[in-house]
Design a protein around this ligand. Structure first.
Ligand SMILES: [Zn+2]
Ligand SMILES: [Zn+2]
Length: 236
């Protein structure tokens, strides 16, 4: 849950003049100037509703059509490449939390807020260890930006990440499956619920799929994901 102290810090960041993380222009409101905001690599053209890969006429791609998935849909706003990849790295690893405002705005502009039919909106949880190291959950900050009115301000605490996992993109198929085994805990029945998950970057989709699978095991009716950036690098 986002502490009041952290919220205070972010709110105050936004009123100071920030240096644009891409072009170093001064006087930006959220650390990203307007011209650089328009340079973000939007995902265009028809996409597979299951994984956001390019697909003619928005039809499910072959992988999504032939495999059972717990995740019902993925909504991705941008491609994970320059300059967004560098912005996200600054956001997460240089702790430029003011960028949450710009990235949340950019994501909402492309995808809109999460529709009210979703009963619960969850940020992909970090392990306690990772949260302590980073100081914030980047997906939680994006989640706040995508919430429509009337939703609670913090992700539910009945869903958590049990341990750190290695970046999926660096692993082979078997290692990827093992890496995420028992990664998430869900201590709540979700019978009949429609659940939205928010994440910053999706590369293989397996993290979202694993979490969606845990939620479905607890009875969730539908699980869809909203992601800031989808990576289509060598791993698919
Ligand atoms: Zn700029
Ligand atoms: Zn697909």
């Amino acid at each position: 849950m986002l502490s009041n102290l952290l919220k205070y810090k972010i709110d105050n960041c936004t009123i100071f003049n920030q240096i644009c993380v891409v072009c170093r222009a001064t006087g930006t409101r959220h650390g990203l100037c307007a011209p650089c905001l328009t340079m973000l690599p939007e995902l265009t053209g028809p996409r597979c509703p299951g994984c956001a890969s390019p697909s003619p006429q928005n039809q499910p791609c072959r992988a999504c059509a032939t495999n059972e998935h717990a995740l019902d849909a993925i909504h991705a706003s941008y491609e994970y490449c320059y300059p967004l990849a560098q912005i996200i790295q600054a956001f997460k690893y240089q702790k430029r939390m003011e960028l949450a405002g710009a990235l949340g705005f950019a994501m909402r502009r492309k995808l809109g807020t999460i529709p009210p039919c979703f009963d619960v909106v969850i940020a992909v949880p970090l392990s306690n260890e990772r949260l302590a190291e980073r100081g914030f959950n980047q997906s939680e900050l994006l989640r706040e930006a995508l919430l429509g009115s009337g939703k609670s301000s913090g992700s539910p605490t009945w869903c958590w990440r049990k341990r750190n996992t290695l970046p999926q993109a660096r692993l082979g198929q078997l290692q990827r499956t093992r890496n995420l085994e028992n990664a998430f805990g869900v201590e709540h029945r979700c019978d009949g619920l429609e659940i939205a998950i928010v994440d910053d970057v999706s590369t293989t989709g397996s993290t979202l799929e694993t979490l969606a699978s845990e939620l479905k095991k607890r009875g969730a009716k539908r699980v869809e994901a909203w992601v800031l950036a989808r990576s289509f690098s060598s791993v698919t």
